[in-house]
Design a protein around this ligand. Structure first.
Ligand code: XLS
Ligand code: CA
Ligand code: CA
Length: 440
């Protein structure tokens, strides 16, 4: 079989923090136990198909730059097969357990839907065989409902019911192939479920349609007995000016209104959190605190650019606090860390894909170790417990238990007078976080 990544002849190994080998892990040791589980079990790394193997570095102003050895030839299905070979070679050499894809990543769309579905059946058969041979699993599948012109005004929120129906037909097939590949989840990302101008948009009606669409998906999931977890992925804008799944909080409000809370969790993407004006950790915390933290698209943005740059994660504060929060809410069940990230346009060589993923995996592995130490020491947990201790007794407990109202609180305040000022100790806590980053 053709080798597509000859620069990496053998699987990437853990060589420890002193290794100078750029193609070795310094922190990620898959089998090493941390808080009772292996690193691989905690982190559940996945590689995304679209950025890693399909898009080639094109941007709004320029053509693709990247060398894709497998994307040669005239027959699109031969290219699709070669891409699949390259992808599984990459997953195996990198040592990740999972992958993720959109329907249109694994095969190009044909002239008719029926023909596209045939192509999907063909390629997923090959993918299933590769999964069996390698033990690599599908973290989630998804459907591209944003690239084709038919979806220019949205999919489930399109003003035309015919487009709604077309989108449903595509999602139906995407669910079937995800189930066929034993996918552990399925993501709904509404790239154009939003609007450009309210002058031509009936927002209430569009939201109702989106609710209907997701209910149909839930019904079909039950019908075909697909056991994977459904996720919504929040993103505030890009490509549309305003997207309905703006952030974790607006998704939660939507899920509550349309009675879907038990059926969908969130797939939180770091870069989408920052585009919404939040931190990545804020989004994780909101989802965790509301019981809807499902999976993560691990990447980062660039504060100076302000669009969805989808860079590989390299910030230890982010990875340490992300893992701290994920562990706090029980760790991944069906979800994982999917590197929804792409190389910069000037990183043109196939080996650059390895550098990017190795660095990101090391950064999360180190983040995991830092988070584990923070959990073991319980330092931050103690500080927070202490800060809210007033709610465990006396008037605080009575409020939480619903035993008092405004009149009792007035009596309490008149008796106690001015509340005491208690320092939040933010700088001390930031220093404490740094001591973990320095030493863990
Ligand atoms: C785009 C999204 C997309 C989803 C899946 O910004 O991140 O890649 O993850 O459609
Ligand atoms: Ca994403
Ligand atoms: Ca993104």
């Amino acid at each position: 079989m053709t080798v597509y990544f000859p620069e990496v002849p053998k699987p990437i190994r853990y060589e420890g923090p002193d290794s100078k080998n750029p193609l070795a892990f310094k922190e990620y040791n898959a089998k090493q136990k941390v808080l009772g589980k292996t690193m691989a079990e905690h982190l559940r790394f996945a590689v995304c198909y679209w950025h890693t193997f399909v898009s080639g570095g094109a941007d709004m102003f320029g053509m693709p730059t990247m060398k894709r050895l497998y994307a040669q030839g005239d027959n699109p299905m031969t290219i699709a097969e070669q891409t699949l070979d390259a992808a599984f070679e990459f997953f195996t050499k990198l040592g990740v357990g999972y992958w993720c894809f959109h329907d249109t990543d694994i095969v190009p769309e044909a002239d008719t839907l029926a023909e596209t579905n045939k192509r999907l059946d063909h390629i997923t058969k090959l993918a299933k065989k590769k999964q069996q041979e390698t033990g690599i699993k599908l973290l989630w599948g998804t459907c591209n409902l944003f690239a084709h012109p038919r979806f220019m005004s949205g999919a489930a929120t399109n003003p035309s019911p015919d487009v709604f129906a077309y989108a449903a037909t595509k999602v139906k097939k995407a669910l079937e192939i995800t189930k066929y590949l034993d996918g552990e989840g399925y993501v709904f990302w509404g790239g154009r479920e939003g609007y450009e101008t309210l002058l031509n948009t009936d927002m209430g009606r569009e939201l109702d349609h989106l609710g209907k669409f997701l209910h149909m998906a839930v019904d079909y999931k039950k019908k075909i007995r697909f056991k994977g977890q459904f996720y919504i992925e929040p993103k505030p804008k890009e490509p549309t000016k305003h997207q309905y799944d703006f952030d974790a909080a607006s998704c939660y409000a939507f899920l509550q209104k349309y009675d879907l809370v038990g059926d969908l969790k969130l797939n939180i993407e770091a870069n989408h959190g920052t585009l919404a004006g939040h931190t990545f950790i804020h989004e994780l915390e909101f989802a965790g605190a509301n019981g809807i933290l499902g999976s993560v698209d691990a990447n980062r943005g660039d504060l100076l650019l302000g669009w969805d740059t989808d860079q590989f994660p390299t910030d230890l504060y982010d990875t340490a606090l992300a893992m701290y929060t994920i562990i706090k809410y029980g760790g991944f069940k069906t979800g994982g860390l999917n590197f929804d990230a792409h190389l910069r346009r000037q990183s043109t060589d196939p080996v650059d894909l390895f550098h990017a993923h190795v660095g990101a995996m090391d950064c999360f592995a180190r983040g995991l170790k830092i988070a584990a130490k923070m959990h073991k020491d319980k330092g931050f947990a103690k500080v927070i417990k202490q800060r809210y201790a007033g709610w465990d007794r006396g008037i605080g407990k009575q409020i939480e238990d619903g035993k008092v109202g405004f009149e009792e609180l007035e009596a309490h305040t008149m008796k106690k007078g001015e509340p005491q000022l208690i320092s939040g100790r933010q700088e001390m806590l930031e220093n404490m976080l740094n001591t973990y980053i320095f030493k863990a």
